[in-house]
Write a protein that binds this ligand. Structure first.
Ligand code: 16G
Ligand code: MG
Length: 577
């Protein structure tokens, strides 16, 4: 390591005094103007990780669904997975080292992680469409080159595409060709093969409206759509030509506000979906004939996919295990449906893709989805081999099912949740099963739920256990939550410190929206009182304004904890007309 060269270069990417950042759930994320030194240092770290693993490492510059002014960075490990936890600590140390300590921290990491400094290093880089991303990815490149690493800059990519590239390179092309073209071809040919029978029938499942959050998903889907048309024709909205990234659109907006994005033309019963800013999340939705909005989130996506896979597994009859992994945010109705109706084992992990991903690896076939629409399906090597063999050797029906599974394996991006890949899987299943979006939605009815945020002086005073469903500290908070939950039917509530924002998140569900909102409010208040709340105390929902809405009903918007949430249409309905 030429530490003098590092010191010289680092001055050009100086760390602002006193700035402390943490490699969180999805890497570093903050205002773009504070990230130059972090990018340079993540270039350095990627070289060390590459030398240590003797593999290609990825660096993605993105802040996903955050506002356009933010940015972020995360490292991708050799199998296309998120960076190993022990290296997250190294990342945090390196990012926070004062200028003069940088060489020592680099040496420390190399020693602790037993990095062979003579080994070659190769790093691949991708970035989203934020105005700051190009400059910041150049800082990553500066870090890589000053430590003598080789690199390939893919330029604009979705996050899942970068994960795919890393795995392709480290599997010597076995997973696919490490080019954007290779990605389009792999997914599209699996989709076309899988849907052959359905699309011959000429049903009307063929158009889908996609809200691209004014992000990278729009560019990539526009390039890719010719590969899978005419089987499926996608119509892009919020493609970045006019609007601002993630502003009033995208999967995160739709999920958290439970309403459609701006900038999309929805007709009754039309199937629509939204990607987030870096295209690793997807949610579906539609308006019914009465103008009511229906959200189909990650839980329902997991249910659709698991039931399809379970049917195919029964047909091939080979005893392969199927498991579903969720987080505490999964709607109680989805868990009940999966366990009691579908008889599929369900597991709960902490929030964050890496936790779900690792749990899902324990099954022959592991389906994982967060309610927010992030997820994929993992197939073990043994399952893949078995399925491939059955697709060649077995008889008729069995072979047909095995062939479908074979194509599904190729259609999923197994490195990480991928909005484009998930969209194609969902479209294929709906077409093959002849299901409308309403029929899919009707699998079960979501319990009313509410998420709130509480500001506290230090969110780390809250620690949790049992996959974030129980509070351990501060004392008395869990008991208070238990007492509040007991007051309502079908109720559940939990709180956890956010990994991406300086707040505590509160989740509640119960038998009615009114009860859910009361429970969420009461739990917020308990957090405020017992965990050092700051600023304004949580307030019960206030009716802020009433206005006429389509077909003479009323829209009532509520403000709670300073946050706008939900519009209840027809709440007063005809009574006021
Ligand atoms: C990150 C995670 C996402 C998680 C979210 C939780 C990845 C790639 N992304 O966006 O999975 O749901 O954080 O945010 O891991 P929170 O901790 O602020 O609730
Ligand atoms: Mg994202």
């Amino acid at each position: 390591m030429d530490l003098d060269a590092v010191t010289k270069q680092s001055v050009l990417h100086a760390k602002p005094d006193g700035l402390i950042l943490q490699y969180g759930t999805a890497g570093f994320r903050t205002k773009a103007e504070h990230l130059d030194h972090v990018m340079f240092r993540m270039g350095l770290l990627a070289v060390l990780r590459s030398k240590q693993t003797k593999s290609t490492i990825g660096v993605m510059v993105t802040a996903s669904h955050n506002p356009e002014e933010d940015n972020g960075v995360k490292l991708v490990d050799p199998l296309g997975e998120m960076l190993a936890a022990s290296w997250e600590e190294h990342a945090t140390c390196l990012a926070n080292a004062e200028e003069q300590h940088l060489p020592r921290v680099l040496v420390d990491i190399s020693e602790k992680a037993a990095v062979d400094l003579h080994q070659d290093a190769f790093v691949v880089i991708g970035r989203d469409t934020r105005p700051s991303s190009e400059r910041l990815s150049q800082s990553v490149i500066d870090g890589v080159t000053v430590l003598g690493g080789q690199f390939y800059d893919y330029g604009l990519l979705t996050t899942p595409q970068l994960h795919y590239m890393v795995f392709c390179r480290n599997s010597n092309g076995q997973y696919g060709k490490a080019t954007v073209e290779g990605y389009y071809q792999k997914l599209s040919s699996a989709f076309v093969e899988l849907t052959k029978q359905a699309f011959c029938r000429g049903d009307d499942h063929r158009t889908l409206k996609v809200d691209c959050a004014n992000g990278i998903g729009a560019l990539k889907l526009a390039e890719m759509k010719h590969y899978f048309s005419p089987g499926l024709s996608v119509q892009l909205f919020n493609d970045g030509t006019k609007g601002k990234l993630n502003h009033l659109c995208g999967a995160d907006f739709v999920k958290s506000h439970q309403k459609p994005p701006q900038g999309i033309e929805m007709r009754a019963n039309e199937r629509c979906c939204s990607f987030d800013g870096d295209a690793d999340r997807i949610v579906y939705y539609y308006h019914d004939a009465d103008g009511q909005f229906h959200l189909i989130d990650g839980d329902k996506i997991a249910t659709l996919i698991s039931s399809f896979l379970k049917e195919l597994l029964l047909e091939i009859g080979d005893g392969l295990s199927l498991g579903v992994v969720q987080t505490a945010y999964a709607n109680g109705s989805s868990t009940r449906y999966l366990e009691e109706v579908m008889k599929v084992p369900v597991y709960c992990t902490k929030t964050g893709v890496k936790h779900l991903h690792h749990k899902a690896q324990e099954f022959d076939i592991g389906v994982y989805f967060e309610a927010n629409g992030h997820g994929t399906v993992l197939f073990s090597k043994a399952a893949e081999t078995k399925i491939k063999q059955l697709a060649k050797e077995s008889e008729d029906e069995k072979r047909k099912a095995a062939k479908m599974l074979e194509n599904i394996i190729d259609l999923f991006n197994q490195t990480i949740g991928d909005a484009i890949s998930d969209m194609l899987v969902i479209e294929a299943i709906l077409a093959l099963k002849g299901l409308t979006v309403q029929q899919w939605d009707a699998l079960y009815t979501d319990l009313p739920n509410r998420q709130l945020k509480v500001k506290v002086a230090d969110r780390q005073v809250i620690s949790t256990t049992d996959a974030e469903r129980q509070v351990v500290k501060p004392p008395g908070l869990q008991e208070a939550i238990n007492d509040l939950v007991k007051k309502y039917r079908l109720s559940r509530a939990f709180v956890r410190p956010s990994g991406t924002e300086d707040i505590v998140r509160v989740y509640a569900e119960a038998d009615s929206q009114e009860n859910t909102d009361s429970l969420a409010y009461e739990v917020s208040l308990a957090v405020f009182q017992l965990a050092g709340g700051i600023g304004e105390r949580p307030q019960r929902g206030l009716i802020i304004f009433l206005k006429h809405y389509q077909n003479h009903s009323l829209e009532i918007a509520l403000l709670e904890n300073g946050l706008w949430f939900s519009s209840f249409k027809s709440l007063l309905g005809k009574a006021v007309e």
